[in-house]
Design a binder for this molecule. Structure first.
Ligand SMILES: Cc1cc2nc3c(=O)[nH]c(=O)nc-3n(C[C@H](O)[C@H](O)[C@H](O)COP(=O)(O)O)c2cc1C
Length: 171
């Protein structure tokens, strides 16, 4: 080891931290949550954010390995029958026990699409995530009613906030 080089620290190479990792998981049936997700992804991949790897998964493809991989995550779901979508529930059902006790403290945020409410989607996801002891670091971004594309910059901001926060070590 060269003189002055810091002692080996897990996760560090030559004193440089590895890239932080942001996971985005969403479900969309008729496409509006997907448009929201695309804006979140664009924000998370903003060129100013240099040291964050962004992984995007559809809820039905995502699993516990994704939650274990990330340093922070964003979930997006429509409200269906007063709850999160079934696909998002499948992801959380699959992930809960393998991740329990292993993801505590990770920062997260939500985005929600709903025809007329959205509160049931938010509360149902939060209830499960409370059990994983992860930390919600921003209020959910919700588009309720008519799909208003003028709100999409708020989604981009959400992705950027999480990615930049991870990059800067704020979370
Ligand atoms: C089966 C079903 C159930 C729904 N239940 C609710 C609901 O409980 N509350 C609500 O506000 N909107 C409800 N909606 C409206 C959806 O949230 C809305 O259509 C949303 O755009 C779907 O997102 P997507 O375009 O990404 O598929 C429901 C839609 C479907 C298809």
């Amino acid at each position: 080891m060269d003189a002055g080089e810091p002692a080996a620290t897990p996760g560090y190479t030559r004193g440089m931290a590895r890239n932080r990792r942001l996971l985005i998981v969403y479900h969309s049936q008729s496409g509006s949550t997907e448009q929201m997700a695309e804006a979140v992804i664009a924000g998370a991949r903003h060129p100013e954010v240099e040291n964050v790897d962004v992984r995007v998964r559809q809820a039905l493809e995502a699993g516990p390995e994704d939650l274990l991989w990330c340093d922070g995550f964003i979930l997006g779901t429509p409200e269906n029958f007063g709850y999160m979508s079934g696909a998002m529930k499948v992801f959380l059902d699959r992930s809960y026990y393998p991740c329990e006790g292993k993801v505590g403290g990770k920062p997260y945020a939500l985005f929600i699409r709903a025809g007329n409410d959205g509160s049931g989607a938010v509360s149902s996801v939060r209830r499960i995530l409370t059990g994983l002891a992860v930390r919600e670091v921003q209020e959910p971004v919700m588009i309720v009613g008519e799909f208003d594309t003028s709100r999409l910059p708020e989604l981009e901001e959400l992705g950027l906030t999480l990615a930049a926060g991870l990059d800067a070590g704020v979370f």
